[in-house]
Design a protein around this ligand. Sequence first.
Ligand code: HPA
Length: 272
Amino acid sequence: MDLLKRIEEAKAFILSKHSKEIQAAIILGSGLGGIVKDIENQKVIKYSEIPGFPESTVKGHAGEIIIGELCGKTVLAMNGRFHYYEGYDMQTVTFPVRVIKALGIENIIITNAAGGMNPNFEPGDLMIITDHINMMGANPLIGANYEELGPRFPDMSSAYNKQLIELALSSAKALNIKVQQGVYCPVSGPTYETAAELKMLRLIGGDAVGMSTVPEVIVANHMSMKVLGISCITDMAIGDNLEPLDHSRVVETANKAMAKFISLVKEIIEKM
Ligand code: HPA
């Protein structure tokens, strides 16, 4: 079916469950779902119920949308996302962002767990994403362009909204939370990187490496949404003396940083 029709169907379904205005959306990365418990008057919608949404397949990722109140704002949280490495095409990976915009939401916070390539980082740090280098080998806008959604050649000169970056930094300062800033560099995954790959990604300017976020950021920019990106650094991804890594450690470290992450996101949403 035509993308525009599919967006409309998913939108209509969500509106049938919740029809009030929503001020912000947040996509929760691996191990960062804990903020959901703070959302009040929740409406929970499973991805499997929403037309056009496939089911999330990764452990540590739930698969539902939660709509409710957080710090006096109505928010839509996506607990679990669709990854390119799961075998979904880029249109499917980014479909939820299309629907979020169709619901009239302009502000989106996109989060992830990432490996720290900047030697000044440490596991548990939060990094405000200032820019990205797309190393996934794919782009969600390849194919027919829908002028109704955005231009053929979208500008990416400020993919991460400057005001939202400032808001994130001032919120962190107010809460006395140390945050890093840097360039997020996604690869397709699902393999973690080799030492040689990490040396290259660092050399080209990456501060953190992951397997998500950028497809959603590109599609959000295509539709002129305001994007804030936050990485939770779960491990050091540095080529020299690289240690073995597994997903459970990523989730464990993200869980440890969760309290800090939740405070920061709440402060940002409150002031948004
Ligand atoms: N590499 C890629 N993706 C990741 C990493 C990593 O080191 N940590 C968390 N997600």
